[in-house]
Design a protein around this ligand. Structure first.
Ligand SMILES: C[S@@+](CC[C@H](N)C(=O)[O-])C[C@H]1O[C@@H](n2cnc3c(N)ncnc32)[C@H](O)[C@@H]1O
Length: 197
């Protein structure tokens, strides 16, 4: 992806009412100055963390609990699976294409004492099979509208009842079961229906 396209993606996130990480109040999870190798390819969307109050609401609306397995696709600093593990004892997996994000997420999991519950894997979410994603009972997203749509056919192959929660972006004509606003941020919630299989 070109530098220009990356800037366009960043602008799209900003246009959706997001703010740059640099402008976010002190992060819940510490950043690290150490570096990891660069991503094997340009990420489809830049890292912008979900504010903690939105994370909390995403977990609430998806009714995440101790028996769930939560997959965060494009997991950034790991805050969604880490919060679910800390609050509810949920097992979680985060995938991110950027090794630096994986490094940070693992460090954050260590700091928060949840390494027995969460795993962070370096990989491209568009290479995940329905079999791998089928291990999740809840999937969380904070990507871009076109990336949600690209994932949609795979999500529709998952077990009926699998819960999907997305910050900021919908799934086109797949109407959400719930839709809400938290401090100006949209949150969407779906369950994989029988008819989509
Ligand atoms: C907007 S951030 C969301 C981070 C986190 N889920 C949150 O809500 O705080 C999107 C993340 O997706 C990652 N990403 C972008 N393209 C990806 C891909 N194809 N596969 C895996 N991760 C990707 C980026 O590196 C970035 O960390």
């Amino acid at each position: 992806m070109t530098r220009r396209k990356t800037h366009v993606l960043a602008a799209a996130l900003l246009g959706a009412g997001l703010i740059l990480a640099a402008a976010v109040p002190p992060a819940t999870f510490a950043q690290t100055a150490a570096t990891a190798p660069p991503p094997s390819r340009t990420p489809d969307v830049v890292f912008v963390p979900t504010p903690q109050e939105v994370v909390d609401e995403m977990l609430r609306v998806a009714e995440v609990g101790p028996n769930d397995v939560l997959y965060d696709l494009g997991s950034g600093d790991g805050r969604i699976p880490i919060t679910a593990a800390k609050r509810f004892g949920t097992r979680g997996v985060g995938y991110d294409i950027d090794p630096q994000r994986i490094k940070e997420a693992r460090e954050n999991a260590q700091k928060e004492g949840v390494t027995d519950k969460v795993t962070f894997i370096h990989g491209d979410i568009f290479e995940l099979s329905p079999q791998e994603l089928g291990k999740a009972s809840v999937i969380s997203l904070y990507l871009l509208p076109e990336l949600n749509l690209k994932l949609r056919p795979t999500l529709w192959q998952l077990k009926p009842g699998t819960r999907i929660v997305s910050h900021a972006f919908d799934m086109g004509d797949w109407k959400p079961e719930k839709e809400l606003t938290v401090n100006g941020r949209r949150v969407y919630f779906w369950r994989v229906p029988e008819r989509k299989r």
